[in-house]
Design a protein around this ligand. Structure first.
Ligand code: 4NP
Length: 157
């Protein structure tokens, strides 16, 4: 059975599309793509239908990640049933997801990206939207580290 992974942030135009691309690249490099279904969503619908933020795209492409996903809002009635791992980027995402959970099984699928960090000690993936270049680079640094940790955590499950 494929493991189904959904990355979630606020707008689904910066952090979670990047997480989707970083994790997809990692599993592709390891020849594991067939074992995964990978998607992303936002807790808000503010940017639904849009491509990823241009600044995020340009920082990502420098590292070989092509951000192709189109923003959509998280749908509690379908996404909690469909996905096995629902991974929020910050504490606000996590509390919003928990508030939408319908039962204990939904709650058990919610994780925070930085809980899988190996090298970094950040407690959240900071929102880069209102900041500068360094914030976008930090997002990618944290995601590359945490995606490795996540894959190691789940690969034998
Ligand atoms: P994301 O970043 O949640 O990483 O996609 C943001 C995108 C848009 C906004 C905030 C954060 N916004 O306020 O529109």
């Amino acid at each position: 059975m494929k493991k189904k992974v959904l990355f979630v942030c606020l707008g689904n135009i910066c952090r979670s599309p990047s997480a989707e691309a970083v994790f997809s690249g990692l599993v592709k490099n390891k020849g594991l793509s067939i074992n995964f279904e990978i998607d992303s969503a936002g807790t808000s619908a503010w940017h639904a239908g849009e491509k990823a933020d241009r600044r995020m795209q340009s920082h990502a492409i420098e590292r070989g990640y092509d951000l192709t996903s189109i923003s959509r809002q998280f749908n509690p009635n379908t996404d909690f049933d469909h996905f096995d791992y629902i991974i929020g980027m910050d504490d606000q995402n996590i509390s919003n997801l928990k508030a939408m959970a319908r039962n204990r099984q939904d709650l058990s699928k919610i994780y925070k990206m930085t809980d899988f960090s190996k090298e970094f000690t950040y407690n959240e993936i900071p929102d880069p939207y209102y900041g500068g270049d360094a914030g976008f680079e930090l997002v990618l640094d944290l995601l590359e580290d945490a995606c490795k940790g996540f894959l190691e955590t789940i690969k034998d499950s």
